[in-house]
Design a protein around this ligand. Structure first.
Ligand code: F6P
Ligand code: MG
Length: 448
């Protein structure tokens, strides 16, 4: 068997070169839309600025993004990163060692997609006025505004979820919250190009009957097994490897709040992305922004119809979240490794200090599709391969506390029960159950 490398996974890699595949569709259709949206966002800013230097630099960045789009369409080779960030050398080492000569369609979809966001960032990084600019910020906020119904519903519910409870009652709350946290992942912005508003509303539903309906779409369901672990926790450390801002991180914070209030955790660590990433991913700055939005009584579009009770419910909860940050119970941090192009099979060798630090955690919750793809080396596993095997030897054996909460937005899958794929495909297409975001998995590597 050929040596496994980032460009040669244990099973076939997904590549944009496979015409008609989801990776191909992303490369030819979704990425240009994402870059066009970034261009439109920046154009507006450039038009509005009164600073000549910012205008000039903005125009240079706009041209460079347009060039990037053309480079992708022309299937040009991936070039080295040309800026002076902390991760520049790592990126160039990976490009030279594993992807020399690879092109936009020929390299792996995983590496290339990450590389696209890194190339986008390079343009801002090389400026002086736009260094910290997040071209997706406006989109992130707009989508969070659209989640107002579930935001207020959850805030109202929170006091009943964190009152003192018996173990049996705690389990009922856990069962609900873990699903809310799971489906919160369905609504990320890089996929919105495919989802209707109705789809999103349904996936953000928090009512019991709707969750029960949704549960049928959880194809690998380790929720009960995970409860055995969470039940045993007392004053522990829980890490979230976050995915998206807005509604998703809001529900992550709800779960974190419940873990802290129930005494299951005494510390929750939110691991964020270091640069604007896959449109909607959380950077450290997005957390205080979310707090401020929730505390601004005019932020949500239906604010005029909201009662004093609504505002108080949300404000009480968010002020508690802020106090967790102040008290060091909620830690918001970033690491460059989360924005590399490599699968998490390389976490130990590429970021040993992060690997060892995460091993101190009692539970590591990986949110979302991209984290799942990276855990599994983003390749075409036989679908019944156990999760523990697919996340690789180091993650699979040196950690016994990894859980992935992921709605399915890409082909990558493992851990399915025998026969399920065949059963599913009697009624739905592979594209629907693997990539639409309407099916999900909860996979836990601590299962006996
Ligand atoms: O497949 C669609 C997609 O945009 C992928 O590019 C990426 O893996 C994923 O969705 C992003 O989703 P998430 O925010 O759940 O990681
Ligand atoms: Mg994301």
């Amino acid at each position: 068997m050929a040596t496994v490398t980032p460009n040669n996974p244990p099973f076939s890699a997904y590549r944009g070169a496979d015409k008609g595949s989801f990776a191909w569709d992303s490369t030819v259709r979704r990425w240009p839309i994402i870059l066009d949206n970034a261009i439109a966002d920046l154009e507006k800013e450039v038009q509005q600025t009164t600073d000549d230097k910012a205008r000039q630099e903005g125009k240079t960045i706009l041209d460079a993004i347009a060039d990037l789009k053309n480079e992708i369409a022309a299937d040009r080779p991936l070039r080295l990163i040309n800026d002076k960030e902390d991760d520049t050398d790592d990126w160039n080492r990976h490009l030279a060692s594993y992807f020399a000569g690879a092109t936009w369609f020929g390299g792996t979809w995983l590496f290339n997609e990450c590389y696209m966001y890194r190339r986008l960032h390079e343009n801002f990084s090389n400026s002086t006025c736009w260094k910290q600019y997040d071209p997706f910020n406006v989109q992130k906020l707009a989508t969070f505004k659209g989640s107002h119904g579930s935001v207020f519903d959850l805030a109202h519910k929170m006091p009943t979820l964190i009152q003192p409870m018996t173990v049996e009652q705690l389990e009922i709350v856990y069962d609900e919250l873990i699903q809310v946290c799971l489906w919160g992942n369905a609504t990320d912005l890089s996929l919105l190009t495919n989802m209707t508003e109705e789809d999103i509303k349904r996936l953000q539903a928090i009512e019991k009957d709707k969750l029960a309906e949704q549960k049928k779409r959880i194809l690998v369901d380790d929720i009960e097994k995970l409860w055995e672990k969470i039940k045993s926790l007392q004053g522990s450390r829980v890490d979230f490897i976050l995915d998206n801002s807005g509604f998703e991180v809001y529900v992550d914070l709800i779960l974190a709040d419940w873990l802290l209030q129930s005494g299951k955790a005494s510390k929750v660590v939110l691991n964020c992305k270091a640069i604007p990433w896959f449109v909607s991913d959380v950077m450290p700055k997005d957390v205080p922004i979310l707090f401020d939005c929730c505390l601004d009584r005019t932020f949500f579009p239906d604010h005029e119809n909201r009662s004093e009770d609504d505002f108080i419910a949300l404000e009480t909860m968010v002020k508690r979240w802020k106090s967790y940050v102040d008290d060091g119970k909620l830690i918001v941090r970033e690491h460059k490794f989360w924005c590399s192009g490599l699968p998490y099979w390389y976490l130990k060798s590429e970021a040993p200090e992060l690997f060892n630090d995460l091993r101190q955690s009692d539970l590591v919750i990986f949110k979302g599709d991209l984290n799942f793809r990276k855990l599994l080396f983003d390749c075409d596993w036989p679908v019944t391969t156990p999760f523990k095997t697919a996340i690789g030897k180091e993650m699979g054996t040196e950690f016994t506390n990894i859980v992935s909460l992921r709605t399915n937005k890409a082909d990558t899958i493992a851990g399915l029960p025998e026969g399920l794929k065949e059963e599913l495909e009697k009624t739905v297409t592979p594209l629907e159950w693997r990539c639409s975001g309407k099916y999900a998995v909860v996979e836990y590597n601590g299962c006996p």
